[in-house]
Design a binder for this molecule. Structure first.
Ligand SMILES: Cc1cc2nc3c(=O)[nH]c(=O)nc-3n(C[C@H](O)[C@H](O)[C@H](O)COP(=O)(O)O)c2cc1C
Length: 147
């Protein structure tokens, strides 16, 4: 599946989730850090997945900055969705939904609802089963079985 997973990560957990999603998406999918990715290289019909850890209730500045720099129609014709990594707590805030709104504001069509993966503490590790869940999500996205 022609897909790009764009991410940023402080301690590597979000990168591992991005890589697991790409494994599920299958051949033709790429994983790239936001600061190295130019949205102008996306082709119509391609799937874009953007992920960030939640830091202080929001995405990392590198992800927010990248999204804010997109022109209003930069993602027209692109299917997109998002994910975040977070701790299990009442006060986790949100990054995936904020990313999803920004993707839509840039003209993307929502390919699936935003989702979250959990870490044990600030530096991780990811909870058991999260990488498997991420890989499954990628496979479902490739098969268009999630809405
Ligand atoms: C400065 C800082 C702020 C954080 N704020 C939140 C938060 O508001 N909500 C939350 O659920 N997790 C928060 N966390 C935990 C992160 O979600 C966790 O570090 C992240 O998921 C790990 O992913 P990474 O290895 O890709 O950076 C915070 C972590 C740091 C270092």
């Amino acid at each position: 599946m022609e897909a790009v997973v764009v991410y940023e990560s402080n301690f590597g957990n979000t990168r591992k989730v991005a890589e697991a999603i790409a494994r599920g998406l299958g051949p033709g999918s790429h994983v790239v850090e936001a600061e190295k990715f130019n949205a102008g290289h996306l082709k119509p019909g391609q799937l874009l997945i953007v992920g960030s850890p939640i830091n202080a209730w929001r995405p990392l500045p590198e992800i927010s900055g990248w999204l804010e720099a997109l022109a209003p129609d930069a993602l027209s014709g692109i299917r997109a969705t998002s994910f975040d990594t977070r701790v299990k707590s009442f006060f986790h805030g949100d990054a995936a939904k904020k990313i999803a709104h920004a993707l839509e504001a840039a003209g993307a069509e929502q390919a699936a609802a935003p989702t979250s993966y959990f870490v044990e503490g600030k530096e991780g590790p990811l909870l058991d089963g999260e990488l498997e869940r991420a890989e499954q999500w990628g496979a479902q996205l490739a098969a268009e079985k999630v809405g």
